[in-house]
Design a protein around this ligand. Sequence first.
Ligand SMILES: [Zn+2]
Length: 433
Amino acid sequence: MRTDLHLGMRHSFSWYIIVSIALTCLSCSNPTVQPVSKAIIPAPTVVDWTPGEDAKVIWDGAWAWSIDAAWYDHVSAWQQWLPGEVKEGGLPISMTRADGHAREGYALEITADGVHIEATSEAGAFHGLTSLRWMLPPDTASKQAWALPMVAISDAPRFEHRGLLLDCCRHFMEVDYVKRTIDLLALHKMNVLHWHLTEDQGWRIEIKAYPELTETGAWRTETDGSRHGGFYTQEQIKDIVAYAADRNITIIPEIELPGHSRAAIASYPWLSCTGDSLEVPNNWGVFKDIYCAGEDSTFRFLESVLLEVMELFPSEYIHIGGDEAPKVRWESCSKCQNRIQTEGLHDEHELQSWFISQIGVFLAEHDRKLIGWDEILEGGLPDGATVQSWRGMQGGRDAVAMGRNAIMSPTSHCYFDYPVESIDLERVYTFEP
Ligand SMILES: [Zn+2]
């Protein structure tokens, strides 16, 4: 018995040696472990691939890190961003802080000695790592040896704000889905998640001062009788904001006003002009019932909400929507008409502008800036507001002509919920803001 067992072990040991030699020889005879990946999206500004067959470095799944002391806070997040383990003897990767790089810019060099990334800002350093990640195995758990191309890259973004709007209101999205989206944004060097958190069909952010917003406003009954909904607790939001910050992404929350507010009105009917009890709607469209502009209580409500929002989101900007607000209720509301009179306004469009200005002043008092959809141009653009142009490009042009900032996200190029026949990949990628 003992002998048999011993033989058996020896046999399997020999077999193991033969297999490993065979594998080693395969990689000797074919030094291209796999095709070297030179795809980096978006394309960096300047890329110099070292020419020649042998211009590659074999990475064996481990890194020996050297990170500038200024960036020690980011060590763990950055190490997790790349596949591979941290090990002495791994491929050297150094990250050096140096003046002179553009905002979010970096230089990345891969030589026989390893990887060197240099940047002035943490954001730039992270983008350098991200470019490296494009050249590594897509499967982050892979232990396979991998060939990295030798290359020198210098890169910086053209635009300061590169974002994606995630609408978690029409359909609720779980925390893991939001985080996965953040990962994909970071991989494409985007730096803003525009998080749409309040809508007619659902209110998704816990507000401690107004618990009905999520007890009632986060849920709707679908036409088949099922319930749809959900919301993010303040603890979940803090976690997501920190997760995003680790990936150089700022979350700009969108709290819609004065329209797209049916879920809030369903929770607190006194927010509307009529005070009628309304359900959270289960259909799409633009709804007549919006926040009453005549009642001071509307503004006390919105200020309380925004105080909690600003506590959760360190973003310099807060998006307040401002789009698709029909004026029909305001036209027949004595309180709204009274407001038009007392504020010396011309009509309901100026009332909307006045409404947005009130919120803009409140945000400014808390050192925040306001972003609104291009409808906020109607009736006069409130001081300091940034315009997000969605109904084509003109709103953005008008804002810039007035010396304001604009975010370009026209339906012609930027709406991924449109049919792919009208907005395909090429159209999106070739968008020139
Ligand atoms: Zn009213």
